[in-house]
Design a protein around this ligand. Sequence first.
Ligand SMILES: *Cc1c(COP(=O)(O)O)cnc(C)c1O
Length: 228
Amino acid sequence: MHEDIANRLIDISSKIQKACHQAQRAEDEVRLVAVSKLQSVDVIKEAYALGINNFGENYAQELAEKSSTCPNDIVWHFIGPIQSNKVRLIAKHAQWVHSIDREKVAMKLNNALESEGKKIHALIQVNIDHEESKSGILPEETIDFANKVIAHYPNLILEGLMFMPKINASKEAKIETMTKIVYLHQSLLSELPSCSHLSLGTSGDFEESILKGSTILRIGESLLGKRS
Ligand SMILES: *Cc1c(COP(=O)(O)O)cnc(C)c1O
């Protein structure tokens, strides 16, 4: 098992390195988050022993349990849909949240962080293609929403944008979508220079996303193995 993760990490790291080189970007501009939802604590500890210390979780309860039993210098990223009755757990156990998708969530999380006496690094999840089934802030509302978060929810340190691609989209469609989110990010950046992060690549498209300018890759099964 350990060897499997080690081999996959070598493979992914060399692909990241190549893509950074091709994009003329420094490798330390791109952060790898290992998506560990539904993976055991043993798997997380194996990956941690190989030098990975950013992990992504989708379920608040699972995040709470894992962060309490795993090494305490792990940086936890909450990347799943946020239920408002779970903001407390997220406030307590995560250092990053990628899925701020409506104002109510920003407000409740901000309040929970206030009681914890802490701040969290936050990304706005964007619904770039106006998909009805999908949560997220619409592209034309994103800059206003970012300004609102900064003005009203000071426990959220706004860092940029996050996007979750359609699983079944063609490669061309994914690239088109990526291009749109990169443009949106550029216009956000020109107004709010501190929003420098873009959480974009997943297992299927991380090399392309590095070329486009992603700063945070969320990679699950192709690094840690099949989820149970
Ligand atoms: C599960 C998940 C990933 C990783 O998916 P893999 O296919 O396992 O790489 C990335 N981002 C989000 C938001 C996820 O929920």
